[in-house]
Design a protein around this ligand. Structure first.
Ligand code: IPE
Ligand code: IPE
Ligand code: MG
Length: 255
C-alpha cells in the first residue's frame, strides 16, 4: 500500500479490490427474535461464510472483516468467552475449506491477549493458506485503528534508536509500511451493517479515501443481494482523491 497509489485513480467502475466490513448487529438480530445474543453471533458466522464465497467469486482481492474490536473486551465476560469459543471452533472448521478454495487467511490485531490454543490455530491457519492466490481474507481480531498506529510508531521508534532510520525518514509511505496492513491495498469500499454510522476504531489510517457505505441490515441478514447493492453504490461513486470532477473525467477545466 503506498500513498502514491491512493493519490489518483481515475473513475474506477470495477469491483472494489479491497472491501472492509464492520459486521454489526448480531445481538439485535437475536434480540428481535427473543433469542440470546449467542444465537446472533452464530448466525453471524453463517453470513461470513456466504460473503467470503461471494467476494471470492466476484474477484475481490482483499476482504477485511472486523470480528472483535480492542474495545469489545468491555462486554460481559460470558459474551467475550462465547465469542472466543466461537472464533476457535470456526477456525477449526473452516481452515481446510478456505485452503481448498485457494483463499489466503490473515489476522490483524493484538494477539497477545488470546489463549495459547487460539494463537496457535491462527498461526496454523495463516501458514497453511499463505501461498493461496485467490481472495485474501483478513480477520481483524482484538484490532483497533489506534493500536495499529501505536504499534507502527513503536517499531519506527525502535528503528530510529537502533540507527536504522532517521526521524526525517518518517513520511506517509513509511508509516504505511509499518501498519498491520502494510502489504495490502487500501480499502476501496467500507461497509458497516447494523445501522450505526461510525468507524468504532476500525482501520483509521487506511480508510482515508475509502468509499463509505452504511446499511440498516443487521449482519446475519447481510447476503449476496446486500453485497451487490453495496458494490453497485460503490460503482456509482466518483473517486476524486482531491482532484476536480473534470480532471477525473479528463475534461478541459474552465475557470
Ligand atoms: C457485532 O455484533 C459482533 C461483534 C461486535 C463481536 P454486535 O454484537 O455488536 O451486535 P449489536 O450491535 O449488539 O446488535
Ligand atoms: C464494532 O462493533 C466492532 C465489531 C463489529 C467487531 P461494536 O458493536 O463493538 O461497535 P460500537 O460499540 O457500537 O461502536
Ligand atoms: Mg454492535
Amino acid at each position: 500500500m503506498s500513498s502514491d497509489n491512493a493519490c489518483f485513480n481515475p473513475i474506477d467502475n470495477g469491483v472494489p479490490r479491497h472491501i472492509a466490513i464492520i459486521m454489526d448487529g448480531n445481538g439485535r438480530w437475536a434480540q428481535k427474535r427473543f433469542m440470546p445474543r449467542a444465537v446472533g453471533h452464530r448466525a453471524g458466522v453463517k453470513a461470513v461464510r456466504k460473503i467470503v464465497e461471494h467476494c471470492a467469486k466476484d474477484g475481490v482481492e482483499v476482504l477485511t472483516l472486523f470480528a472483535f474490536s480492542s474495545e469489545n473486551w468491555r462486554r460481559p465476560s460470558e459474551e467475550v468467552s462465547l465469542l472466543m469459543e466461537l472464533f476457535l471452533s470456526t477456525l477449526q472448521g473452516e481452515i481446510n475449506k478456505l485452503d481448498k478454495n485457494n483463499i489466503r487467511l490473515r489476522f490483524i490485531g493484538d494477539r497477545s491477549r488470546f489463549s495459547e490454543s487460539l494463537q496457535k490455530k491462527m498461526l496454523e491457519g495463516e501458514a497453511q493458506t499463505s501461498a493461496n492466490t485467490a481472495l485474501t481474507l483478513v480477520i481483524a481480531v482484538n484490532y483497533g485503528g489506534r493500536w495499529d498506529l501505536c504499534q507502527a510508531f513503536r517499531t519506527v521508534n525502535q528503528k530510529i534508536l537502533a540507527g536504522e532510520l532517521k526521524a526525517q525518514d518518517i513520511d506517509e509511505n513509511l508509516i504505511n509500511r509499518h501498519l498491520s496492513t502494510a502489504d495490502l491495498p487500501e480499502p476501496d469500499l467500507f461497509i458497516r451493517t447494523g445501522g450505526e454510522q461510525r468507524v468504532s476504531n476500525f482501520l483509521l489510517w487506511q480508510l482515508a479515501y475509502s468509499e463509505l457505505y452504511f446499511t440498516d441490515t443487521l449482519w446475519p441478514d447481510f447476503d449476496q443481494k446486500s453485497l451487490e447493492e453495496a458494490i453497485l453504490s460503490f460503482k456509482g461513486r466518483q473517486r476524486r482523491f482531491g482532484h476536480t470532477g473534470e480532471q477525473v473525467l479528463g475534461k478541459a477545466v474552465t475557470l
